[in-house]
Design a protein around this ligand. Structure first.
Ligand SMILES: [Zn+2]
Length: 389
């Protein structure tokens, strides 16, 4: 049974450049959840800063290298998910710990790698990966090729489109799906390795999630960051991860932080504020929603103050940032006119919402009859998702 621990992104760095001594690193290796929580306090003498996005090394080579270098230091419950560096040129790994109650609620903390990028500034300016920098030991470079990468977003998008609609090879990522399928087989969960994330793979993946202790929305067969990282240990490293974040609100309705970010950007594009009338994680809340709002990523948006043209413009803005969005005209006794939208790629979405994403992908309306999308062509945009946008 997993232990519930609050999300703690402990990014602890010293601006001085003299970072943790080895004794501190020993502290970091403690995997007792309580000790992990206490870590920040223990390092209270250091100057702590939170690294910005500019400090993230996101290439698969960097992460592969980090995973390889750290391999001997990680426990079975730890996975390198990101690599960062500080102004002193020290390289850090962001580690996803094993103390997760849900797929999206794992403890994260940093650990300094046992290597430095000697020519860090030049490397940064050149935009190249650490794999090309003169690291300690030539065999580290050789190790880069040892573990393949898996593009998490490609896997998740295919997991949401393909079960209902068949293999969509136009969505990049069949090789990523095949690595996941091979990983499931290696765990003794049989599924065909064909790059098609169909119902068989969905079922096999749900088995994997249940084996990790997940239930409900965390065990639908749609991969989340924690189960994928666990599956990939010593097999592949994750890139382009999707993190839906914790539950929050938007105009008073419950959504996750990823959905909130998407709504804020859609507001900016639209140029007017958005009012959500039904949010996410609302199981049983509205019968007419048929379970699409049970999980993450689902919102209904008020259109009562908008002209007909503005309603379509809002649909377009939502689609641009990665929602499967439709303008629903009023059905007396069922619903008022509104826009229903599902955040494509949300790893918490319900399976009925997933089926709507699949409908959207092929130009359908996401309703029970799977009719044609009635959105005028001027308000359609190419299929996309938030991380791609
Ligand atoms: Zn809805």
């Amino acid at each position: 049974m997993k232990t519930l621990t609050t999300l703690a992104v402990a990014v602890a760095l010293s601006l001085s450049g003299s970072l943790y001594a080895s004794a501190d690193q020993e502290t970091d290796r403690s995997h007792d959840p309580a000790a992990s929580n206490a870590k920040s306090a223990q390092h209270g003498d250091n100057q702590h800063v939170e690294l910005g996005d500019d400090d993230v090394l996101a290439t698969s080579n960097d992460i592969t290298l980090a995973a390889k270098v750290l391999a001997g230091q990680l426990t079975d419950d730890e996975h390198v998910i990101e690599v960062r560096y500080d102004d002193a040129g020290h390289v850090w790994a962001v580690v996803l710990g094993g103390y997760c109650e849900s797929e999206n609620d794992c403890v994260q903390y940093t650990r300094q790698l046992s290597l430095d990028a000697h020519d860090h500034d030049a490397d940064k300016a050149g935009g190249s990966s650490l794999g090309g920098a003169p690291l300690q030991g030539g065999n580290l470079i050789d190790a880069v090729a040892a573990l393949p990468s898996v593009h998490m977003a490609h896997v998740v998008i295919q997991a949401q489109v393909e079960p209902f609609r068949g293999n969509q090879s136009a969505l990049a990522g069949d090789a990523d799906v095949m690595r996941v399928q091979s990983g499931l087989n290696a765990k003794g969960i049989s599924t065909t390795v064909d790059g098609w994330y169909g119902n068989g793979t969905t079922s096999a993946y749900a088995t994997w999630q249940r084996r990790l202790g997940y239930t409900g929305l965390d065990a639908t067969g749609i991969p989340g960051p924690s189960s994928l990282a666990a599956l990939g240990q010593n097999r592949f490293v994750l890139t382009n991860k999707i993190t839906v974040g914790s539950k929050t609100t938007f105009s008073g309705k419950r959504v996750n932080t990823r959905t909130r970010s998407m709504l804020r950007e859609a507001e900016r594009l639209f140029g007017r504020s958005i009012t959500v009338t039904q949010g996410s994680y609302n199981a049983g809340g509205v019968g007419a929603s048929a379970g699409t709002h049970d999980g993450g990523g689902a919102v209904d948006i008020s259109v009562s103050s908008l002209s007909e043209t503005q309603r379509w413009q809002l649909v377009r803005a939502l689609r641009k940032v990665g929602f499967a969005a439709w303008y629903r005209t009023a059905i007396p006794g069922t619903w008022a006119a509104h826009i229903h939208a599902i955040a494509i790629g949300d790893t918490d979405m319900s399976l009925s919402a997933r089926n709507q994403v699949a409908d959207y992908y092929v130009g359908r309306n996401g309703l029970a009859g799977h009719g044609a999308d009635n959105t005028p062509s001027a308000y359609r945009v190419p299929f996309t998702w938030w991380e791609k946008y």
